[in-house]
Design a protein around this ligand. Structure first.
Ligand code: B12
Ligand code: SF4
Length: 489
């Protein structure tokens, strides 16, 4: 739902995996199903008859669609090896294979760059597949996935994406994406970014980043790091490369309140370099909520960070997690608070995703096992309010907040900008201004729960003890620098 309105971004992980396959000598095409239709996909299969078909499944909600496509693919190109990889697939490999009943040949867990060419090489020998690190097949699995040794060895195959003008975030239209670092050293209970990367945080080489940025044609750049500029010296080093190369772009990044406060000067520096948008994961406006999410940050720190962000002159968006336990009163408090501050406030619904500690500990309480509802806009845990009233409150709150920024009043401020984008043929931002009511609708959200469920999610077995992170990791943790993440509780 979110990507129907506010943003659509290039599939960076898939581009890296494609670059690895190309470097190994294969002919590769990418079809982004955010932009192309299933009809386009089937036409490509029929015309091209690929030897390998690989899907990136970062999002849990896409699992049923990919299983259905695997089935249809098997009928059209029966000999092709069908591979699935990506963030969500890494946490659900066994159940994906079980649902697909032989139509998916393997799931690749973890980072795909090094292993994908080896998977292709093993296409002719499916028994050999089951011996590769991180690879899970219906007939057996290889050892644990390996951590990539060099994050700069490959550049994403951006040239393989047709229709690059479709990628945007708000007024950064069009926008490319780039990675400065990978992983996150914190361990929030609702998040799987840290469990995927074994709680490691690795930085790319500033020179390689500068060279990559110089090759990007788009004027907008979305920095995909989970937490930008954890180490300020890295932010400065990249900035110096940008200055040295005379690169002028507009940037969007996401970070934490405590990192912003601690490294305020580097963010100020980046404002001069073109930082336009900043997203802060505030998550809760009470101490109890922050503790429940294990954010390891004080409420006052987050509020100080908001003050600071305002003073930088960037557009700030924040996220608040709505708990299924919220009643009308709680939604009202959030609405009033959000209307009183200038920032863009986004509300998401607390959703236990496989790979998170919340899922391991509370997953057995889920009220639905329909993957498609796991998009943080649906309630998948029992709600205190009857579901229809929960959605009515949620959408009303989102509507109020949407109108604050995209209503007619706000539109006056963006009219010149919108006209400029239209003049350049960029329509993504302008279309977004009218889309909200068509997409966010309590009746639609409620009706989504009534759809027949053909693939039911596997639930965790309730454990007597709190789940150990060791059981959740995809990549194994390594020695890491002390980032003092536990200091501000
Ligand atoms: C950038 C980003 C986005 C971008 C989307 C970018 C895109 N088009 O893919 C935007 C902002 C649009 C976005 C939106 C959302 N996101 Co998001 N997003 C991320 C983020 C921060 C980084 C992803 C990224 O690009 N990483 C860099 C690349 C290089 O890594 P990668 O994609 O993981 O790819 C590597 C491996 O996964 C693997 N791989 C990937 N594909 C393939 C394919 C094959 C064949 C193989 C072999 C390997 C492989 O190899 C790659 C290279 O190592 C992740 C957090 C994270 N750290 O992963 C969250 C994350 C993936 N998002 C998340 C969520 C919840 C959402 C939203 C639902 C939020 C919302 N507000 O509605 C939406 C849903 C969007 C949708 N399409 O449905 C969750 C995932 C939840 C889940 N399990 O389903 C994550 C993990 C964040 C979190 N903290 O929990 N997101
Ligand atoms: S700081 Fe952000 S990316 Fe890191 S664990 Fe918490 S929510 Fe996930």
């Amino acid at each position: 739902m979110y990507t129907e309105i506010y943003l659509r971004l290039e599939p960076l992980g898939l581009e890296l995996v494609a670059a690895a396959a190309r470097a190994a000598g294969h002919t590769v095409r990418i079809l982004d199903l955010q932009v192309f239709s299933h009809t386009d996909y089937f036409r490509t299969l029929d015309e091209w008859q690929p030897d390998v078909v690989a899907f990136g499944v970062n999002y849990l909600a896409n699992i049923p669609e990919v299983i259905d496509l695997a089935r249809a693919t098997r009928q059209r190109v029966p000999e092709a090896l069908f591979v699935v990889g990506g963030h969500s697939a890494s946490f659900t490999a066994d159940e994906i294979l079980a649902h697909a009943a032989g139509d998916i040949d393997c799931v690749v867990r973890g980072e795909g760059e090094a292993i994908f060419p080896r998977v292709i090489a093993a296409a002719g020998d499916r028994a050999a597949l089951a011996t590769l690190p991180g690879v899970v097949t219906p007939h057996g699995r290889g050892p644990a996935p390996e951590t990539l040794s060099d994050l700069d060895a490959l550049a994403p195959a951006r040239d393989l994406l047709a229709k690059r003008r479709k990628y945007f975030i708000g007024v950064l239209d069009p926008a490319a994406s780039i990675e400065f670092s990978r992983g996150c050293p914190w361990d929030c209970s609702f998040c799987s970014a840290w469990t995927f990367y074994g709680r490691t945080h690795r930085q790319r080489d500033p020179g390689a980043i500068g060279a990559e940025l110089q090759r990007i044609a788009e004027p907008g750049v979305f920095i995909v790091d989970d937490v930008a500029f954890i180490h300020e010296e890295h932010g400065y080093a990249i900035g110096r490369e940008i200055e040295r190369r005379g690169i002028r772009k507009k940037y969007y990044l996401e970070t934490r309140g405590d990192v912003l406060l601690r490294n305020r000067d580097v963010f100020r520096y980046w404002r001069r370099l073109g930082l336009e948008y900043m997203f802060l994961g505030v998550e809760a406006i009470d101490e109890a909520g922050l503790r429940a999410h294990r954010k390891r940050v004080k409420l006052s720190t987050n509020f100080d960070a908001l003050e600071l962000a305002r003073s930088l002159g960037v557009t700030v968006a924040i996220n608040i997690i709505a708990d299924p336990d919220w009643d009308e009163d709680r939604f009202r408090v959030i609405r009033e608070w959000a209307l009183g501050i200038p920032e863009i406030v986004n509300i998401s619904v607390n959703t236990p995703y496989p790979g998170t500690q919340t899922f391991a500990e509370q997953g057995h309480l889920l009220s639905t096992r329909d993957y498609r509802l796991f998009d943080i806009q649906h309630a998948v845990m029992p709600t205190r309010l009857p579901l229809d009233r929960f959605y009515a409150e949620l959408v009303r709150t989102q509507q109020v907040l949407n109108t604050k920024h995209l209503g007619l009043g706000a539109l006056k401020d963006t009219a010149v900008l919108a006209a400029g984008l239209l003049a350049r043929g960029q329509t993504n931002f302008v279309r977004m201004l009218w889309r909200f009511n068509g997409v966010f609708n309590p009746r639609r959200q409620l009706a989504d729960h009534a759809r027949p469920v053909r693939y039911a999610m596997r639930l965790p077995v309730p454990a007597a003890q709190p789940e150990s992170p060791q059981n959740l990791y995809v990549l194994r943790p390594r020695e890491r620098r002390d980032l003092a993440v536990n200091a501000d509780r």
